[in-house]
Write a protein that binds this ligand. Structure first.
Ligand SMILES: Cc1cc2nc3c(=O)[nH]c(=O)nc-3n(C[C@H](O)[C@H](O)[C@H](O)COP(=O)(O)O)c2cc1C
Length: 320
C-alpha cells in the first residue's frame, strides 16, 4: 500500500491505538462509521521478533480495516527491524511506534513514554523500522515528560532530533506523562509542532463530541484527530464529527439503529475471536447502554452474556 496518509482528505479522523479495545472487530466497526485510519492495539516488537503465537495473532485483520496501522512497542532497535518486516508481510498499511504509553508494564521496562528521555535511542528505533520496511512509519508521542533530574523533554525536542528521518505522521497526545489521562490539552504545543514537522499531524486527547473535535482542530491547526475514549460505545462518533464539520449538525442514531450496530459488533467479535470474543465484548456492551434509565439493570445482565442470543434478548428489553 503506498503512503496512504497523503491520499486521505483532511481533516483525517483516526481511531487511536488502545490496548484491549482496538481489536479487529472494533476497528472494522469504526471504519464502517467514518474512521479514515485505524490503529491496532500496541503490539510487542520483541513478541514479533520471537514469533510469539499470541503476538502474531494480533496481526490478523480484514481488508475492510485498511488503512490499518500496526503500533509497535519495545526498546530494542534490532528487534524493530525484524518486527517491521513481519508487519509488512502481514499486509498492514502502516507501522506506528509507541512513545507515549505510561502503563507500568511498558514503562517498567524502559519502553513507551519514558523512551523520550533518550532521544538517541528513539532515533535508532525509528531508523531501524524505516530502514526495514517500505510502509509509511508514524510515531505516537505525548507533549512532554520530565527527565529524572526534572528537565522537561518535549515533543518539539523529539521532532527536532528526528528531523532527517522520513516519518510520515505523528499523533500527539496533548498531555504530558505527568498528567496521565486527564487534564487540559496543550493546544499550543501541538500547534507549535507543526513548525518542526512537515508530515501529517494528528492531535489527540479529550475528543468526546463533534464540538470537541472542531475545537481541537481549530486550536491546533492539525491535519486530523486521533479519537480514543470518546469512541467507547460510540463508534459512530467519527461520522457525527464529519457531519458536524460539514453542516454544523449531527444526529444521534436511534435505538433501533444502535441495536443493529451492537449486533454487528457482536457478530464481528464472534467471527474474529470465537466465543471468547463475546466475553471481551462485555465492556463495550456496558458502554453502549451508558445513560439509559435502566442501565444498571441492563449492566447486571450484560456482564454475563455468552452468546449472540443472550445479547439479542437483552437488547429486546430496550425501548429507547
Ligand atoms: C484503555 C486504553 C488503552 C490505550 N492503549 C494505548 C496503546 O496501546 N498505545 C498508545 O499509543 N496509546 C494507548 N492509549 C492512549 C490513547 O491512544 C490516547 O492517547 C489517550 O487515551 C488520550 O486520548 P483520549 O483523551 O481521547 O482518550 C490507551 C488509552 C486507553 C484509555
Amino acid at each position: 500500500m503506498p503512503n496512504f496518509w497523503q491520499q486521505i482528505n483532511k481533516p483525517i479522523l483516526a481511531l487511536a491505538p488502545m490496548a484491549g479495545i482496538t481489536d479487529s472487530a472494533f476497528r472494522q466497526l469504526c471504519r464502517l462509521y467514518g474512521a479514515d485510519v485505524v490503529y491496532s492495539e500496541m503490539t510487542s516488537a520483541d513478541g514479533l521478533f520471537f514469533e510469539g503465537k499470541k503476538t502474531l495473532e494480533m496481526l490478523k485483520f480484514e481488508k475492510a480495516e485498511q488503512p490499518l496501522v500496526v503500533q509497535l512497542f519495545g526498546k530494542d532497535p534490532a528487534k524493530f527491524g525484524e518486527a517491521a518486516r513481519i508487519v509488512e508481510k502481514s499486509g498492514a498499511g502502516g507501522i506506528d511506534i509507541n512513545f507515549g504509553c505510561p502503563a507500568r508494564k511498558v514503562v517498567g521496562h524502559g519502553g513507551g513514554v519514558t523512551l523520550i528521555r533518550d532521544l538517541n535511542l528513539c532515533y535508532q528505533l525509528i531508523k531501524q523500522t524505516i530502514d526495514n520496511t517500505k510502509l509509511p512509519v508514524s510515531v505516537k508521542v505525548r507533549t512532554s515528560i520530565k527527565s529524572k533530574i526534572g528537565k522537561k523533554v518535549t515533543v518539539i525536542d523529539f521532532l527536532k532530533k528526528m528531523a532527517d528521518l522520513p516519518i510520515s505522521a505523528v499523533m500527539i497526545h496533548g498531555r504530558s506523562y505527568e498528567q496521565g489521562f486527564s487534564g487540559e490539552i496543550d493546544y499550543q504545543m501541538i500547534k507549535e509542532a507543526g513548525k518542526y514537522f512537515k508530515g501529517t499531524i494528528l492531535a489527540n486527547g479529550g475528543v468526546n463530541s463533534p464540538e470537541d473535535a472542531k475545537e481541537l482542530l481549530k486550536k491546533t491547526k492539525a491535519d486530523g484527530l486521533g479519537l480514543a475514549r470518546g469512541t467507547y460505545g460510540r463508534p459512530w462518533l467519527f461520522q457525527q464529527i464529519k457531519d458536524y464539520l460539514k453542516t454544523g449538525k449531527f444526529e444521534e442514531p436511534s435505538w433501533p439503529e444502535k441495536k443493529q450496530i451492537i449486533l454487528k459488533h457482536a457478530q464481528l467479535a464472534l467471527k474474529t475471536k470465537g466465543e471468547h470474543g463475546l466475553i471481551e465484548l462485555r465492556k463495550h456492551l456496558l458502554w453502549y447502554v451508558k445513560g439509559l434509565p435502566n442501565a444498571s439493570d441492563l449492566r447486571t445482565e450484560l456482564v454475563r452474556v455468552e452468546s449472540i442470543k443472550d445479547i439479542e434478548k437483552i437488547l429486546a428489553e430496550i425501548h429507547g
